[in-house]
Design a protein. Structure first.
Length: 202
């Protein structure tokens, strides 16, 4: 996370949005799975998988004004997904295409936040999104849905159990440990039905 390391050196005032709180802070230390933040003159350690997005404090007004919510997703009160195999996965080719062509993207996070903007850069862990008067860093493990308006794309975001007749969203309670990823078109080719609990077709 070179971006985080840079903010540590600059002692940049930041805001980290987690599943449970908004933390105005500076970053003290970047570890493999955790961050030490200085908030209200105290050190607060947070798990990286609990972070949905972050931004510099001088962008706070722009961020607040630009983020909307999908109330249906927000109402589910989804938690962080720890196993990587269960997370929503965005193919890098789509991110690269959107970045090169400066196309607008739409990212929905597990807290229901809807973020629309263009990609400045991305890494295996983060996507920097720019919008009028502001920028923020989306943590890829917190993504619920990704799209490029006006384009049809498929991400490896669905799963099915071996010998099953249904497909599911990441994190569905009916997924087994040996579940495998599958695209929507592959599910349709195999005549799989959408799970009635997680409702991946809605």
């Amino acid at each position: 996370m070179l971006y985080i390391e840079k903010q540590i050196k600059l002692k940049t005032p930041m805001v980290f949005e987690t599943y449970t709180q908004s933390i105005p802070c500076t970053v003290k230390k970047n570890m493999k799975y955790e961050l030490d933040l200085i908030s209200n003159d105290e050190v607060q350690r947070i798990d990286k998988h609990d972070i949905k997005y972050c931004y510099k404090q001088n962008y706070e007004q722009a961020v607040v004004e630009n983020i909307q919510f999908d109330e249906k997703i927000k109402a589910q009160k989804l938690e962080a997904i720890i196993p990587r195999k269960d997370r929503y996965r965005i193919k890098n080719e789509f991110l690269l295409k959107a970045k090169k062509e400066k196309k607008e993207i739409r990212v929905v996070l597990r807290g229901g936040e809807i973020i629309v903007g263009t990609i400045t850069w991305f890494s295996p862990y983060e996507i920097k999104v720019e919008f009028p008067s502001g920028k923020l860093i989306v943590f890829r493990h917190a993504v619920y849905d990704f799209s490029i308006p006006g384009e049809k794309i498929e991400n490896e975001s669905l799963y099915t159990n071996p010998n099953s007749t249904t497909y599911h969203l990441p994190g569905c309670r009916y997924l087994s440990r040996d579940a495998v990823s599958i695209t929507k078109s592959e599910a349709e080719e195999q005549s799989l039905k959408a799970c009635s609990v997680c409702k991946p077709n809605e």
